[in-house]
Design a protein around this ligand. Sequence first.
Ligand SMILES: [Mg+2]
Length: 211
Amino acid sequence: MIKIISFDMDGTLVTSNYVEKVWLEGVPTLYAERHGIGFEEAQKLVYDEYMSVGTRDLRWYDLSHWIEFFDLDVERIDLLERYRDEVELYPETEEVLALLSEDYDLVVASNGATEFVEFELGSHKHYFREILSVTSKFGKVKDYPETFYDLCRYFNAEPEEVVHIGDHRYFDYEVPKEAGLFALYLDRDRMESGPDVVHDLREAAERVMGM
Ligand SMILES: [Mg+2]
């Protein structure tokens, strides 16, 4: 019996537009200004540094870390504010959240830090029991089953009462499944099909309601 639906955020409920602006435009722009180099050079340099850390490391998600690491002259909040208008939900997101919130507790479990989660979904808080950052809250990335055990424990639920939905095959599908949750892989590029694969949130909703 599913009680809780857990969603990934970026690429799942919200397009990657906002995070890409902050990380791949905002940070390099500030880097270029601060260190007196061109934007493209700065962008490559910044990107290479991100990649050398990688998405399984908490520092990847930590804007304060990068502001300090690159010695940028900016307040974290100002950088987040700068691209506020770039937050963009997928066309079906609101309708699906409204529908599912009638019968299930909805939560967000994002690797993105709390400030990103708040910025990107703050105005849609009312659909959710909680929107949370697993990296900020549990100090863990969604790369081990323990993160999903923490999530279930936090919401007082058994793994088999929770379904997690997200667009990252490993973080949002393989790992939660290994932890004993139900999981749906959201493949928006429609490359895959199968019983656990959905292509948009409407399809995910239908699948969950049939569980
Ligand atoms: Mg995602």
